[in-house]
Design a protein around this ligand. Structure first.
Ligand code: DC
Length: 224
């Protein structure tokens, strides 16, 4: 059976997660937050004292993850071994750890099945960096969601502030720039638009405008 898949890739802070959740909600599809998988791995590595270059340790950890992503229109819950992780993954230290463990080809390979098996009926909307290029190359609709680094840093600043984390704008901007370079220039699965991806720049757009644009693309592909 052919399961319809929509992929939304792009850099951090472009709005992928929110757009993916809204589209999944409208289509009544499953949701995959692939960044959360890398964040969990980064966090678990730090907590368990596994170095970011300890490939065997990271692969064993990757193979042991039991995850699901239940959501409603407002929130995505990340459930690890039956336990909701809450806001634990949403900070700069974990984001940086995620980006570092994500460089490793063996780690990425170990996470492939976990991501692919989220494609279950009636369909899947996933967001990440390489979903349209590597994980779901035959996806029915591929989106590459971009925004200027300044706009993304401002969004991240407001998001962190709202959750009570006080981080200077300049620090967020610098961290995003470092992470962008690492994600875009790594040898395996670098962040690039997939062939046939629709590129959307969200710098000057509201979430609602981007969701409408993606919904229209879904309609054009008869996914609704
Ligand atoms: O989307 P995010 O900010 O939660 O992702 C955190 C890091 O995980 C990101 O900097 C790179 C990595 N990542 C990846 O390499 N591939 C994905 N499909 C998703 C995330």
């Amino acid at each position: 059976m052919n399961i319809p898949v929509v992929t939304i890739d792009g850099p951090s802070g472009a709005g992928k997660g929110t757009v993916a959740r809204n589209i999944a909600f409208e289509l009544d599809f499953h949701l995959l937050d692939s960044g959360a998988i890398y964040r969990i791995l980064g966090l678990a590595a730090m907590e368990q004292g596994i170095a970011f270059d300890d490939i065997d340790g990271l692969v064993a950890l990757a193979n042991s993850l039991e995850l699901s992503f239940p959501y409603d229109q407002e929130h995505t819950a990340i459930i690890l071994d039956g336990v909701p992780l809450g806001q634990k993954l949403r900070n700069q230290t974990v984001a940086d750890a995620a980006s570092q463990v994500a460089i490793n080809p063996s780690v990425r390979k170990a996470l492939m099945d976990l991501q692919r098996c989220q494609a279950r009926a009636p369909g899947l909307v996933g967001d990440g960096r390489d979903l349209g290029t590597i994980v779901f190359p035959d996806a029915d609709l591929k989106i590459f969601l971009n925004a200027s680094v300044e706009v993304r840093a401002e969004r991240r600043y407001l998001e962190l502030n709202e959750s009570g984390q006080i981080v200077e704008r300049s620090v967020i901007l610098r961290d995003l720039e470092i992470r962008d370079i690492r994600d875009r220039t790594r040898e395996v699965a670098p962040l690039v638009p997939a062939d046939g991806a629709h590129v959307i720049d969200s710098s000057e757009k509201t979430v609602a405008e981007v969701v409408t644009e993606v919904r229209e693309l879904c309609e054009a592909k008869c996914l609704t």
